[in-house]
Design a protein around this ligand. Structure first.
Ligand SMILES: Nc1nc2c(c(=O)[nH]1)N[C@@H](CN(C=O)c1ccc(C(=O)N[C@@H](CCC(=O)O)C(=O)O)cc1)CN2
Length: 307
C-alpha cells in the first residue's frame, strides 16, 4: 500500500458556508425583483434525528433570507391528511418548495406522498418526473445530497471527465442520482452494492469512491487505490467504548494512509445536503417564475450531450 504525501480532509462545513453565502446573495436579488422564496418543511412524528435535521433546515433558511413554513404533524397522522396538506401547499402560490422529511411512519406510503408533490416544488428531487429528467440530462431539481457531493468533488478535483467513479449503494436518494450526475460529468461510473461480487476489487480501481451504503466503516484502506478521492455519505451511529459516536461507511483513520482527499463524518457531506436544499428552493422559485429564469441557476445544470 502506497501512502499519499498530502491528504486533503475536505471541509464540508466550510464548503456549505460558501454555498449558503451564494444563496444569501441570490435571495437578496430575488427579493429586489419582488419574489420572496419560501420553503414548506413537513415533519410527521417525533424521530429525534429528523427533528434535528428539520430544525437545521429551518435555521439555514432563516439565515439565508428564505421564508420557512414548518408543518409538524403527529406520528398517527393519516395518509389522506398528509396528502391533503401537500395538495394545499401545491396550490399555494406563496410556497416555492415543499420538503417532506424522511423516513415517514410505516403506515404511510412514502412513494404516494412523494409523487403528490408538484414536481416544480419538489426541492428534494424525488418525484419521478425529476428522477426521469435527471437521467435524461434535463434541467430539473436534483436530490440535495448527490448535488452536494458533486460540488465537493468539483472543488477538490476540478474537471471530472474521464475519471473512474465507483458508487457504493443504489438508493433512490443517493446512489442512483449520484451515478447519473457523475455520468453527466463524463466519468466512467460503476455502481456496486451489497450483492456485488468482488466489491473490494472494483473499489480498488476507482479514482473516486462515493460510499453511500449505511454500513459503518465498511470501506477499509485495502479497498482504495493510492491517491483516490473519497466522499463518505454514510452517517452511522455506533457504540464504542460505551460511548455513542457517528462514523461513516469508510474507515477514516486507515483510509488516511492511502487517499489524496476524503470527507470526514461528521462535517463532510451532511452540511452540504442542507445547503443544497436552500439552492434548490431558489431554483424552484425561478422555475415557477420563468421571467426570473433568464440565467440557468439550477445547482447541477446538466451537460448538453450525454452519450
Ligand atoms: N426529505 C429528506 N429526508 C431525508 C434526507 C433528505 O435529503 N431529504 N436526507 C437524510 C437526512 N438529512 C436531511 O434531511 C440530513 C442528514 C445529515 C445531515 C448532517 O448535517 N449531518 C451531520 C451530522 C449530524 C449529527 O451530528 O447527527 C454531518 O454529517 O456532519 C444533514 C441532513 C434522511 N432524510
Amino acid at each position: 500500500m502506497n501512502s499519499f504525501p498530502h491528504v486533503n480532509i475536505i471541509d464540508g462545513k466550510a464548503a456549505a458556508a460558501r454555498v449558503l453565502a451564494e444563496v444569501r446573495d441570490e435571495v437578496s436579488d430575488l427579493k429586489s425583483a419582488g419574489l420572496h422564496p419560501a420553503l414548506a418543511v413537513v415533519l410527521v412524528g417525533s424521530d429525534p434525528a429528523s427533528q434535528v435535521y428539520v430544525r437545521n433546515k429551518v435555521l439555514r433558511a432563516e439565515e439565508t433570507g428564505i421564508c420557512s413554513l414548518e408543518h409538524k404533524l403527529p406520528a398517527d397522522t393519516r395518509e389522506d391528511a398528509l396528502l391533503a396538506l401537500i395538495e394545499r401547499l401545491n396550490g399555494d402560490p406563496a410556497v416555492n418548495g415543499i420538503l417532506v422529511q424522511l423516513p415517514l411512519p410505516r403506515h404511510i406510503d412514502e412513494n404516494r406522498v412523494l409523487q403528490a408533490i408538484d414536481p416544480l416544488k419538489d426541492v428534494d428531487g424525488f418525484h419521478s418526473e425529476n428522477v426521469g429528467g435527471l437521467s435524461q440530462g434535463r434541467e430539473v431539481l436534483t436530490p440535495c445530497t448527490p448535488a452536494g457531493c458533486m460540488r465537493l468533488l468539483r472543488d477538490t478535483c476540478g474537471d471530472l471527465a474521464g475519471k473512474h467513479a465507483v458508487v457504493i449503494g443504489r438508493s433512490n436518494i443517493v446512489g442512483k442520482p449520484m451515478a447519473a450526475l457523475l455520468l453527466q460529468a463524463h466519468c466512467s461510473v460503476t455502481v456496486v452494492h451489497s450483492k456485488s461480487a468482488n466489491l473490494r476489487e472494483l473499489c480498488r480501481q476507482a479514482d473516486i469512491v462515493v460510499a453511500a451504503v449505511g454500513r459503518p466503516r465498511l470501506v477499509d484502506a485495502d479497498w482504495l487505490k493510492s491517491g483516490a478521492v473519497v466522499i463518505d455519505v454514510g452517517i452511522n451511529r455506533i457504540d464504542e467504548g460505551g460511548r455513542s459516536r457517528l462514523v461513516g461507511d469508510v474507515n477514516f483513520d486507515s483510509a488516511l494512509g492511502v487517499v489524496s482527499a476524503i470527507t470526514p463524518v461528521p462535517g463532510g457531506v451532511g452540511p452540504m445536503t442542507i445547503a443544497f436544499l436552500m439552492k434548490n428552493t431558489l431554483a424552484a422559485a425561478r422555475l415557477q417564475h420563468p421571467a426570473l429564469h433568464s440565467q440557468p441557476k439550477l445547482p447541477e445544470a446538466p451537460c448538453p450531450s450525454i452519450s
